[in-house]
Every structure is written in structure tokens, then in C-alpha cells.
Design a protein around this ligand. Structure first.
Ligand SMILES: [Ca+2]
Ligand SMILES: [Ca+2]
Length: 455
């Protein structure tokens, strides 16, 4: 498969994303701001006494930095207190960040250290990327560091209010865009796949092309032919897991027991990974790694979309976790008994012909840019070679000049020796420097020597 390598890289990435459980910031950004709704108090006593988990990954590239910063800030009693009482608006307006000024010196030093480590990591990242691209140009770190918005790169040594402010803003924004970015990436994946298929067809003769087209249509049909996929999060879907994965009698289906059984880490919440694990049965109806027509990268995307769908419906406080009470509330809604099947990715077009055309134009433009760049590099190399030759020529001339000076020096000192030993006759002195009985000063001698660069 042509997209094999790219796909597996992306697959790993999407898996990593799939495991980004709780958004740590939810502690800050969501939980703090949950309005106390009336019906929550009803269920609260029986079902929701638990604190949300604290250590799940966010999937952001600066996840570690983010978590360590939060960890140290929470150790400071003053900051912890402020954090507890802060609401979403205050946090967004940067009020919380200002409390950093009151954080104990010891923790501030630690935060400075964390920031320096993060700066180093970013520099390494830039360097690694630069090495891979190998464009031979010098790296302007300051310019490249600008792309990282989660800290203030202009001050690489200390962690200040602005750093905390930026961290909160970047994490909020990046997490909100997380799924959207992935959708865009998936769309590009699909368009690349189609583009490559069409390019392949172009290079075929009439007969092969027909065969290939026919095969493609057959595979498409084969992929679309599968048992009904239950709506993620519906009673039918959960019951199937209950029966087939858990080996239990569907007659005994009990949502609360189901929740406890599939809350794998037992923290009282379904995180994203735990939800995604529930869809394996459904996905296996559509995707089989043995089949040519089933793309496993698409399967992972399907899984993530199922999770998104359930989260959207069930996670009412938007902390990216499904609590027991949210889950129970969902089982009481009409949607839970939805019998409509789930529409798989292939049932809806992911892009229009026009979008594909635009994308192909963009690819073509990128190709032109790359070839332009390589032409420029070739020219640069030729220019460097030319300069090198010129330097070599100059060096040769200088060597020649030095040799000549040495020769002249030797001649004149010979003459001196002769002068001090046996006095020279007028004629002999005239042989060394015609018209002058004194040895020439060096500056004079040089006039006959070619000057470097003036050949
Ligand atoms: Ca859990
Ligand atoms: Ca929730």
C-alpha cells in the first residue's frame, strides 16, 4: 500500500491522541466553573462524590511541561487556595496568573528550571527538524521559537506571570481545536490517497485502467457490505458489548454495573480511551486488517468519531470525562433507545471534487516550490565553489609573492654579507639593485610583487 509508511506514522499519532484522557486543564478551566444546577444535587449523593482524576495525558506536545507546572503550582498553599476559588472568567482574563507573584520562592525557582528545560526541548525540536530538512541555511531560533505560544521565549530563563498566562491560553485553545485539527488531517489523508490513485490511473494503458477502476468499485462495495453498526452509546451498542465482550446475559443488562465494569482504571469516570475501547465490537463489523478494502487508519478515525459523538451527547459539563451521573442521565434520554444505525465514514463524502482539485493544486505548487528551492541551493553551491576557486587563486598569488619577497630578502642579505666581508665593487652592488648601493626597504620591494586580488 502506497500510503503505508505515512499511514502507520499517523496511526501511531492518532493512537497517542486517542489516549489523551482527561484534559488536565479541566481541573482549572471546567470543574471550577461548573454551575451548580438543580438536578445535579439530586444525584450527587448517590453517584458523584469522586474528584476527577488528575494525571491523564492531554495529548499536547507540551503536555509534560503543562503538568509539571500545575503540579508545582498546586504545592503552593496560597496558589492552591486561589485556584480553588477561581472561576473560568477570572482564569481567562489572567487574574489567576497574577497570583504567581505570591507563589513561594522555592516553587518559583523550580518553575524557572522547568521553563529552561522546556526551552531546551524546543530548541532541540527546532534543531532536529532543521537537520531532517537539511536545507543548509542557518537557523534563527528566535524567529522559530515564536511559533510556540505556550511560553514567552523572549525571556528564556525565568517563569513569569506572562508564561503562566500564555500556558493557560495556549492549552485552552489547543485543546478546543484538538478534534478539529485531526479532522483536517484526516481529510488531507483521504485526499492524498485519492490523488495518488488517480495519478496511478493516469500512468496506465486503457485496458489496465479499466481493470483497475472495476477492481476499485468492487472493493468499495465489499467494504460497504457489513452488518448494521449500532449507534455509539445507544442501549443496543452497550448491550452488545455486555453480551459479546463481557459474556453476560442481555436480559440482565444494568447500566450502572456496565459503567463500573468498563471504568478500567476504577477512577469513577469514563475517559476518552475507556470510551473508545467500547467501540471495538462495532468497528470489527466494518474493518478487518486482513482485507485489502479496509483501511485501518480509517478505522481509528471512525473510533475517534464515535468517541466524539458520545462525548458530545453525554459529557454535559464538558470536562472530557463521563461521570457516572452523566452516564446514568444519558441512559434515561430518548436517544439511548435509538435504533438507527451509525453512518460509517465511507457513507458520507469527506471532501468535494473542488476541494480535491484545490488540494492537488496546492500539492503541485509545493512541488514547484521544492524544485525552485533546490535550484536556488544549486546556484548557491555553484557560487560557493566559484568563491572557493577565487580564494585558491588568491592564496596562490600570495604564496608567489611571499616566495619572491623571500628571494629578494635572501639576495639582499647575501649582498650585505658581501659588503661587510669583502667590500663590494660598485659594479657588484649595481647588480643587486641597479642605481642604488643600499638594500631596498621592504615596502619598495613589494611594488614589484603582485598584490593579492589585483591580478
Ligand atoms: Ca476511568
Ligand atoms: Ca463530564
Amino acid at each position: 500500500m502506497e500510503l503505508g509508511a505515512g499511514a502507520s506514522v499517523k496511526m501511531t499519532r492518532s493512537k497517542a491522541m486517542a489516549h489523551c484522557g482527561l484534559v488536565l486543564l479541566s481541573l482549572w478551566l471546567c470543574i471550577q466553573s461548573v454551575p451548580i444546577s438543580v438536578d445535579m444535587t439530586k444525584e450527587k449523593h448517590q453517584e458523584e462524590e469522586l474528584e476527577p482524576p488528575q494525571s491523564a495525558e492531554t495529548g499536547l506536545h507540551y503536555d509534560r511541561y503543562l503538568r509539571e507546572v500545575i503540579e508545582y503550582l498546586e504545592k503552593d498553599p496560597h496558589f492552591k487556595e486561589k485556584l480553588k476559588n477561581a472561576n473560568m472568567d477570572d482564569i481567562k482574563k489572567g487574574k489567576l496568573s497574577k497570583e504567581l507573584d505570591f507563589v513561594h520562592h522555592h516553587f518559583r525557582t523550580k518553575l524557572d528550571e522547568l521553563k529552561r528545560e522546556e526551552m531546551n526541548r524546543l530548541r532541540m525540536l527546532i534543531k532536529a527538524k532543521h537537520d531532517i530538512q537539511g536545507d543548509g541555511l542557518t537557523v534563527d531560533h528566535q524567529v522559530l521559537l515564536k511559533q510556540f505560544e505556550h511560553l514567552n521565549h523572549m525571556n528564556p530563563d525565568t517563569f513569569e506571570v506572562e508564561d503562566l498566562d500564555r500556558l493557560i491560553k495556549a492549552a485552552t485553545k489547543d485543546l478546543e481545536n484538538f478534534d478539529k485539527d485531526r479532522h483536517d488531517e484526516f481529510k488531507r489523508y483521504e485526499m492524498t490517497k485519492e490523488h495518488e490513485r488517480r495519478e496511478r490511473l493516469k500512468n496506465m494503458n486503457e485496458e489496465d485502467r479499466k481493470k483497475e477502476e472495476q477492481h476499485y468499485e468492487e472493493m468499495k462495495k465489499k467494504h460497504a457490505d457489513h452488518p448494521k453498526v449500532n449507534h455509539p452509546g445507544s442501549e443496543d451498542q452497550l448491550k452488545e458489548v455486555w453480551q459479546e465482550a463481557d459474556g453476560l446475559d442481555p436480559e440482565d443488562f444494568d447500566p450502572k454495573t456496565f459503567f463500573k465494569m468498563h471504568d478500567s482504571n476504577g477512577d469513577g469516570f469514563f475517559d476518552e480511551a475507556e470510551l473508545e475501547a467500547l467501540f471495538t465490537k462495532e468497528l470489527e463489523k466494518v474493518y478487518n486488517p486482513e482485507n485489502e478494502e479496509d483501511d485501518m487508519f480509517e478505522m481509528e478515525e471512525e473510533r475517534l468519531r464515535m468517541r466524539e459523538h458520545v462525548m458530545n451527547e453525554v459529557d454535559t459539563n464538558k470536562d472530557r470525562l463521563v461521570s457516572m451521573s452523566e452516564f446514568m442521565a444519558a441512559t434515561k434520554k430518548q436517544d439511548f433507545y435509538d435504533k438507527d444505525g451509525w453512518e460509517t465514514l465511507d457513507q458520507n463524502p469527506l471532501y468535494t471534487e473542488e476541494e480535491l482539485r484545490e488540494y492537488e493544486q496546492q500539492l503541485a505548487k509545493e512541488e514547484i516550490d521544492i524544485s525552485k528551492k533546490s535550484d536556488e541551493l544549486k546556484k548557491q553551491r555553484e557560487e560557493l565553489e566559484r568563491q572557493q576557486e577565487e580564494l585558491n587563486a588568491q592564496r596562490f598569488e600570495i604564496q608567489q609573492a611571499v616566495q619572491q619577497i623571500e628571494r629578494l630578502k635572501a639576495q639582499s642579505s647575501n649582498a650585505e654579507v658581501k659588503q661587510t666581508g669583502t667590500p663590494l665593487a660598485q659594479g657588484e652592488a649595481a647588480q643587486v639593485v641597479p642605481g642604488n648601493s643600499q638594500p631596498l626597504p621592504v615596502s619598495h620591494q613589494q611594488q614589484d610583487v603582485p598584490v593579492p586580488g589585483h591580478s
